[in-house]
Design a protein. Sequence first.
Length: 292
Amino acid sequence: MLPPMITISPAFDPDGQPRKPGALCIGAQKAGTSWLAQMLGQHPQVWIPPFKEVQFFNHRYIPEHQRWIGWHYRNKPKEIRDRHVKREVPMPPELDAYLDGLTTGKMFHNHWYKRVFAPAPQGAVPMDFTPEYSTLPDEGVEFVARFLRKAKVLYLIRHPVDRAISQLRMNLRREKRTPETLADWLKEIENPILYDRGDYAAYLPRWRRHFPDMMVIPFGRIARAPGELMDEVEEYLGIGPYPYGNLGQKVFANPAGLKPPAEAVDALTERMAPQLDFLAAEFGPGFVEETR
């Protein structure tokens, strides 16, 4: 199934003035940022770039991301154009020019970042949905706070064990690998990549120091009370109510299979104990269950 078509509203202004985003959506991988982007992308008072993830601050402060960010900006415009071809929908010339303008010449300087949000309609909140910003070092978050002094921040989190298992399954599918034995599974959960994006004990305090009113969204609420959650998001962003379509639809859900054995899950839970303790101490014991 093809992903949703990118549409350009009549208010898309190819000659709009460069501007900063009014909000960031960051968080752990596999914690629901794509779902939230699908919802807010429907709202006329929100504007999200057609490639969703801008990857600006991590390009500057996490050098090891730069290589795959280059791939992101080569691949996403092609993906958008190919999608129009497959659906036999003409590519809006203003969208074509916008993509060309952002991916040619010098990129990732401050003015380039503001140009990303230039087409946003006046009165709409431009948003940067880049989950990877959650892992910025101290100096990176400091820079964000100076550069985007008035921005609101939404941080999505998911139960540390569930999130790591979802990421592991995704990675195994991408790499076309299947662990055969318990020893194989135990080796997989030693991979440090599973722990970096879910290190709430390190990342949440760092962001809250600079954005004390940051909205922390537990993943479990997406399934249990999506309408109520979107009401709270609207209030936080200062936008009006909207009748979202497909509120209960999962985005990029993991297919069945590739489930680690109970012994591997137990070992992973033990490894994640400090994160579980942190969340319980920070938000209360019930909050941990809300993230499931």
